[in-house]
Design a binder for this molecule. Structure first.
Ligand code: CA
Length: 372
């Protein structure tokens, strides 16, 4: 009898506990002041083809992370390039509130705000790690937010591709004279540098590059690096794959957030966006680092791609053109002058540190010749 009573007590208390500890069915995930928590449904427009490896998928993961961390209170629908607005319309769409979020690269907005280019990547600028140092701890992010403030946009670093590749060519580049007359796809200040070197440069969204290269509408192109370039099949349209990506040593990917929409969120959801963007920044660089090395091996071993290094004299000349491009930019645009001052001061400092740390350790690791 005692035993049966004990069993019944256990059963009843288990039911009670279960009933009390299951608020999900009755109450929203988080309630404030006794009121049900509001649910927000946002849109994120991107510059990338939907689900494009690394860039599009990172945008998806960022949206999923925000939804999961918010317990479903902030849901974000991600749109590929052209689904809601064109690939180069993300900035305007977020600015006017057509979408609350955008996922893109800051140099695409140089026609509206020239200094934005410093917040993606500039020729012979900063590596991924160095960019993060400048943005989070060197005053970069404050300058970036100041720059986008007139447009009602708050930018967040949300990814980095690492050092990119120099691009795809169908002829060898042995001197700067070989660049002259070529029509090349290259965005940002890198494109201006190539123009000075005698090339014709255009910008195209990623999704249009392969067709342009294969049809001969362009002679050469850069995109990102082995992982992304393999995904577009650029090796099928060009023979030589040049390095290093002097024009993009470490490109930051941005999350754009409409300021009014952000300010309307409760503080915890704002913090979730901030933290999710920071973790996306870390994850994208990790993904590109791992997948670029694997894709490089595939390009060389399975597709017979011929790797070429830009000769030192070519890089030196491009570096001189870069200095002239920076000087012109600083002279004509006060906002760029302000950003460039912070950027170049930080670059000098971090270069001195990295010369005896990252660069010094890299120099101790020559890759053994496969014939050894
Ligand atoms: Ca690029």
């Amino acid at each position: 009898m005692h035993k049966l009573f004990g069993l019944l007590t256990l059963l009843v208390s288990t039911l009670l506990i279960t009933g009390c500890s299951d608020p999900v069915t009755e109450k929203p995930a988080a309630a404030t002041n006794g009121e049900p928590a509001r649910t927000y449904e946002w849109k994120m427009v991107t510059t990338w083809p939907k689900n494009f490896p690394g860039l599009g998928t990172s945008a998806n993961e960022l949206a999923e992370a925000i939804e999961a961390m918010s317990g479903g209170r902030l849901k974000i629908k991600v749109y590929g390039a052209g689904e809601l607005v064109g690939p180069f319309e993300s900035f305007d769409a977020v600015s006017r509130g057509t979408a609350e979020m955008g996922h893109s690269g800051a140099y695409y907005w140089k026609g509206k705000v020239e200094a934005a280019q410093f917040f993606s990547s500039v020729p012979f600028g900063l590596t991924a790690q160095e960019m993060n140092g400048w943005l989070y701890f060197g005053g970069g992010l404050e300058l970036w937010r100041e720059l986008y403030a007139p447009f009602g946009i708050i930018p967040f670093p949300a990814g980095n591709t690492g050092t990119q590749m120099g691009g795809w060519f169908n002829k060898e580049i042995n001197s700067v004279a070989d660049i002259k007359g070529l029509k090349i796809r290259m965005p940002g200040l890198g494109g201006e540098v190539l123009t000075r070197a005698g090339a014709t440069t255009i910008n195209l969204p990623g999704g249009e590059i392969f067709t342009a290269l294969q049809s001969g509408a362009i002679d050469a192109t850069e995109w990102v690096g082995p992982y992304n370039d393999l995904a577009f099949g650029l090796h099928k349209a060009a023979r030589y794959y040049y390095y290093p990506g002097w024009h993009e040593p470490g490109s930051t990917i941005e999350l754009l957030v409409n300021r009014d929409a952000y300010n309307a969120l409760p503080a915890d959801l704002q913090e979730i966006i901030t933290q999710a963007a920071t973790q996306a920044n870390l994850r994208m660089l990790a993904e590109f680092t791992a997948r670029n090395s694997a894709a490089l091996a595939t390009l060389i071993n399975e597709h017979g791609v011929e790797l070429r290094a830009f000769p030192p004299a070519v890089l030196e000349e491009l570096q001189q053109h870069s200095q002239a491009v920076f000087q012109e930019l600083v002279d004509r645009d006060p906002a760029s002058a302000k950003v460039f001052e912070s950027f170049s001061k930080y670059r000098q400092q971090v270069m001195e540190w990295h010369a005896i740390s990252e660069q010094a350790i890299m120099a101790t690791r020559p890759i053994p010749n496969s014939a050894d």
